[in-house]
Design a protein around this ligand. Sequence first.
Ligand SMILES: C[S@@+](CC[C@H](N)C(=O)[O-])C[C@H]1O[C@@H](n2cnc3c(N)ncnc32)[C@H](O)[C@@H]1O
Length: 247
Amino acid sequence: MALALIGIGLADEKDISVKGLEAVKKAHTVYLEHYTSILQVPVSKLEAFYGRKIILADRDMVEKRADETILKDASQHDTAFLIVGDVFSATTHVDLYQRALGKGIDVKVVHNASILTAVGITGLELYKFGKTTSIPFHHKDVQSPVDIIMKNMKADMHTLVLLDLDLKDSRFLTINQACLYLIEKGLPANTRAVGCAALGSEKQQIHAGTLAEVKDGLFTSFPQCLIIPAKKLHFMEEEMLKRYIVC
Ligand SMILES: C[S@@+](CC[C@H](N)C(=O)[O-])C[C@H]1O[C@@H](n2cnc3c(N)ncnc32)[C@H](O)[C@@H]1O
């Protein structure tokens, strides 16, 4: 009996690792965390490829009802808990890990790619990212993302800005809305920005420019995020960003 926390990558059913797939096939029950991120394919594709029925786990199930669902199953038989991206890139899964260990459940972790590292495709050095921030749907009175960007800028660091999503209603905060919000909150419209959509998939889109330009970029895929680069860039970073400039 064990709980396997398995990162399933960023794009589709085939991004799972061999180790991850073996653990899924061995599991009696398979859950998919379904509130912090989403793949480019429907759950039915995962079920067909993994050969397992998947139970969707929303925030309520994971954060409030894990004892009577996921952890109860894991204490009785092998259970897999799938996470889009990598396992520990959202704090909610650290909590699940701790709670499982606290109940004496054997926990295995299978890592995968995450949005936190996939942004390396922009050419911006991962070592130079400061604190990550996120913009919620209801952001009218929210100031912290701007404060974090300013702090990172002062320290010569890039900022990854995650954008809210609501999988129950298939809603995503867009790069356009995020740029507008940052400009309204006082970031100059000529601040450099990089918009990223569906990274790691065939629908990937990356546009670099100013906040005003990226705001008008034609991003059609989801999920999306935004990067505000540090003011000073290494020449390799500059070269890479040129590839993504919106014409
Ligand atoms: C909590 S994070 C995802 C954590 C996930 N476990 C991981 O490792 O990637 C969710 C946010 O990351 C961003 N995101 C996730 N996947 C993305 C992708 N493929 N392309 C662009 N942004 C993405 C979106 O802003 C989304 O709201």
